[in-house]
Write a protein of this length. Structure first.
Length: 76
């Protein structure tokens, strides 16, 4: 929307996005060995901490709600 209306910040964002994709695509061959060196398969946060997914999801929801309450106090 911003780029269509000619906003300079949106045009700069799109130009940076395209440039970043191009640089990564050109450099991928040189970086491929390093990028693929950390391949450990499908590892999730639940696997790393040894908790069921639903516990982590509930904790994330609780932390988000708590942060919303804290930020609400600062907004006033």
């Amino acid at each position: 929307m911003g780029a269509a209306s000619g906003r300079l910040d949106a045009l700069a964002f799109i130009a940076g996005l395209i440039a970043g994709v191009w640089v990564f695509a050109e450099g991928y061959v040189a970086l491929a060995r390093w990028l693929e060196s950390g391949d450990v398969g499908a590892v999730t946060l639940a696997d790393l901490v040894g908790l069921p997914f639903w516990v982590l999801a509930a904790a994330l929801i609780a932390m988000t709600a708590a942060l919303a309450l804290v930020l609400r106090r600062f907004e006033r």
